[in-house]
Write a protein that binds this ligand. Structure first.
Ligand SMILES: Nc1ncnc2c1ncn2[C@@H]1O[C@H](COP(=O)(O)OP(=O)(O)OP(=O)(O)O)[C@@H](O)[C@H]1O
Ligand SMILES: [Mg+2]
Length: 221
């Protein structure tokens, strides 16, 4: 049986209750607005460590955990189990850690559940697996381009900026990057952040560059 209803609504027309006033992602750090956040950095640079901090207080959270790096939540391993769990819990609080067996194949189904439920945070590891430089699936594009209107915060994690679809970086409100060495990754960041983004090549261990509203700062968790 398809995990997604034939009308395309993963939740078959059931809509969640009125939005609660639960705290949103990064509320303490960055305010209440829902947003797209991207984290770049080489292997072992501290991306997932930072991502875990950002979602620490989230109580409506879906983690698309391709590398099995997260543990603070209910682990689910196939779309059928995710569906059962999600239909039961999506009106309330949940922290789902989805460990896909076939990450590319299962991604759109999880995007549809996330989009239909709304009012949640959706964190995706290995973002580069789910988009190419020229293509993003319609289900994923919905999250990226319309997610904020459904009260969805999206956090994408990827090693390299180069090759990430511009649709995604153009929607990003905040971009973190740990140290980058490859000229084309640095050039990609400079192409929309300006030359100041060259500091990514000088960052120390676990130090990140943070870009928001055209402003670049350096920091560490
Ligand atoms: N700010 C930090 N302070 C102390 N330890 C850190 C910090 N950031 C990361 N670490 C540690 O460094 C190691 C690598 O961090 P992390 O797993 O977040 O890297 P990553 O960028 O996600 O790597 P990968 O690309 O392999 O997924 C972990 O053991 C983590 O606990
Ligand atoms: Mg990681």
């Amino acid at each position: 049986m398809s995990p997604v209803a034939s009308n395309g609504n993963a939740l078959e027309g059931q809509k969640p209750q009125a939005k609660s006033d639960r705290p949103s992602v990064e509320e303490c750090l960055h305010g209440k607005e829902r947003k797209v956040i991207i984290i770049f950095g080489q292997r072992g640079s501290g991306k997932s460590y930072l991502a875990k901090k950002l979602v620490e207080g989230e109580n409506r959270l879906i983690l698309y955990d391709t590398l099995g790096e997260y543990d603070n939540g209910v682990a689910l391993f196939n779309v059928a189990d995710f569906r059962s769990f999600f239909l039961e819990h999506y009106r309330g609080d949940f922290r789902c850690i989805y460990n896909p067996l076939q990450p590319e194949k299962e991604f759109d189904a999880i995007c549809e559940y996330a989009f239909d439920a709304g009012d949640l945070t959706f964190l995706v590891e290995e973002l580069d697996v789910f988009c190419s430089a020229n293509a993003v699936s319609p289900a994923f594009a919905n999250i990226i381009q319309r997610g904020r209107h459904s009260d969805i915060s999206f956090i994408g994690v990827s090693q390299r900026p180069f090759g990430i679809n511009r649709i995604i970086t153009a929607q990003a409100k905040i971009i973190y990057s740990f140290k980058q060495r490859e000229p084309r990754d640095i050039d990609y960041l400079c192409s929309f952040m300006g030359d100041e983004a060259n500091i990514v090549s000088e960052l120390n261990q676990y130090e990140f560059m943070r870009w928001e509203n055209g402003k670049i700062t350096r920091g560490k968790v």
